[in-house]
Design a protein around this ligand. Structure first.
Ligand SMILES: Cc1cc2nc3c(=O)[nH]c(=O)nc-3n(C[C@H](O)[C@H](O)[C@H](O)COP(=O)(O)OP(=O)(O)OC[C@H]3O[C@@H](n4cnc5c(N)ncnc54)[C@H](O)[C@@H]3O)c2cc1C
Length: 470
């Protein structure tokens, strides 16, 4: 840690430079910073030198111009629901929080777009557009806290990727402030635009390492008027993939979610955490949460029930629980959405969100969990957005949290060997950077570094996240 004296000098200098650029509540000295600026969902903790809370793009730009001149490292913070430790202030960093950029500027029902500031929460955006008969299709369990800037910076996935794609597919335009304060704004509503490079894609999924997202133009979808949900318990992973094939074939584009829970997760969620309806008792090695959304309530309900009914007839031992109401559906979803709570049960834990070809997934999960048991680590939770090949694995580390590195190595190396990705959704941040090479070639990592150094030559933005630079 830097000494108190050097801290104080730096803090004074920061105050002198940054405070005049902000309103009185925009500058918080580090020692007075609330706990929420010190830790994210990874549960790592750090202490910022100061917290900067701009209110608009212009303030972000003027702050970065000043911080760039000072070569002052900055960590960007959105809703702090990230799971890779990327937002946790490292020694000597100032926090740039987007929490006050909270305007939903325009909902355009004709073009089906919304213009929004980066600090708006996902849930606030979903509710605002639904009131206008439209849908913002990205949906993740942390919706109440995560912000639009955060989900774009992480290219979040979530429950409906199967139907609507990752966040990237819903971003039409972005306003971004570069490390030196330059504002890049391309927020036009023209759908077709091939004039040179499509720069927004450089920033989507860049985990705050290339620029600060301040505003976004997002595509909306028609709001479905029917929604069907069911839990389907099956025996064996082959039955899971058979169910997916059947749902794709018969429900077509209506199929919106296909979430699979292995018993090690399902039992904790419904047992210890008492999620779902009381007395829910399902056998089977896997329980699948299937959801469809459509535009014709009567036909959609019938088609959904028929599809699952036919599957049940063909697969003995399969059990189906159809939600009969919105409350029923919320009950079913509460089982899957207990993931955050369930991880706390086995804290300290190592968490993974790997992505694998479906053909390898079951064997990989069995093999890795067997090896973990061999290491004395039998507390696992396995679940995921299986429709898009994304699997989450939580491993309770018990009394020996020092084994985290060993567990990371096992999981990431084996995923890389099968041509999978060490991050399906959550990004690399600090937690996984040592293993980026398991799923990206040296040439790819080199190109990432070239992009970083050309856009942020002093390396002030989210330094040391994703990869290290000399
Ligand atoms: C219970 C729970 C469920 C979750 N489910 C999912 C899921 O299904 N799918 C999924 O993908 N993720 C999921 N997550 C992870 C997390 O919610 C997402 O990664 C989300 O995108 C993070 O948004 P945030 O605003 O909280 O970002 P933060 O955690 O604040 O930041 C995440 C990263 O983005 C950067 N950043 C934040 N704001 C900006 C900005 N305006 N400009 C540039 N960079 C910025 C940060 O520096 C950091 O690198 C879940 C998390 C929890 C706790």
């Amino acid at each position: 840690m830097p000494s108190a004296t050097s801290d104080a000098v730096t803090l004074d200098r920061l105050r002198a430079v940054c405070q005049p650029l902000l309103d009185p509540s925009g500058f918080i000295p580090g020692p007075e910073a609330d706990e929420r600026y010190c830790t994210d969902w990874s549960r790592a903790r750090g202490q910022p030198l100061a917290v900067l809370r701009p209110r608009n793009t212009d303030e972000v730009s003027r702050l970065l111009t000043a911080l760039h001149a000072l070569r002052q490292p900055v960590v960007l913070q959105g809703g702090m629901t990230g799971l890779t430790g990327a937002c946790v202030p490292q020694v000597g960093e100032v926090v740039l929080s987007l929490e006050r950029l909270r305007d939903i500027e325009e909902i355009d029902t004709v073009s089906g777009t919304v213009t929004v500031q980066a600090g708006v929460s996902l849930q606030a955006l979903q509710q605002a557009v639904e009131a206008q008969g439209l849908l913002f299709p990205v949906d993740i369990g942390s919706r109440g806290s995560c912000q639009i800037g955060g989900i774009i910076a992480n290219n979040a996935g979530g429950n409906r990727v199967l139907r609507y794609g990752m966040t990237r597919q819903s971003v039409l335009g972005l306003e971004v402030v570069l490390a030196d304060g330059t504002v890049i704004s391309r927020m036009g509503k023209a759908l077709k635009d091939n004039a040179g490079y499509d720069l927004k894609h450089v920033f989507i999924g860049s985990e705050g390492s290339l620029g600060v997202i301040t505003r976004a133009l997002l595509a909306l979808q028609p709001l479905p008027v029917s929604r069907q949900s069911a839990l389907v318990a099956v025996e064996g992973f082959d039955a899971v993939t058979a169910l997916l094939t059947q749902c794709r074939k018969h429900l077509g584009p209506r199929l919106s979610s296909f979430e699979v829970m292995w018993r090690d997760f399902f039992d904790i969620s419904t047992g210890l955490l008492k999620k779902g309806r009381p007395g829910l008792n399902l056998a089977g090695s896997h329980v699948v949460l299937v959801e469809a959304m459509g535009m014709d309530p009567e036909q959609d309900d019938a088609l959904f029930a028929q599809t699952l009914g036919a599957f049940q007839t063909d697969h003995s031992g399969c059990e189906v629980i159809l939600a009969q109401s919105l409350t029923d559906a919320q009950d079913l979803w509460s089982i899957r959405e207990a993931a955050g709570e369930a991880a706390l049960v086995v804290a300290p834990w190592a968490g993974f969100d790997v992505s694998l070809p479906l053909a390898h997934m079951a064997a990989w999960a069995d093999e890795v969990r067997a090896r973990l048991r061999g290491m004395g680590l039998s507390q696992t939770q396995t679940y995921g957005h299986l429709g898009d090949g994304n699997l989450h694995l939580v491993v309770g580390l018990g009394p020996e949290p020092t084994r985290k590195a060993e567990v990371h190595e096992l999981v990431h190396r084996t995923v890389g060997a099968l041509g999978g990705s060490i991050s399906g959704e959550h990004g690399i941040g600090l937690a996984k950077k040592a293993h980026l090479h398991y799923c990206r070639s040296a040439a790819e990592i080199n190109m990432m570094k070239l992009m970083k150094t050309s856009l942020d030559p002093h390396g002030i933005l989210n330094r040391g996240r994703i990869f290290d630079l000399p």
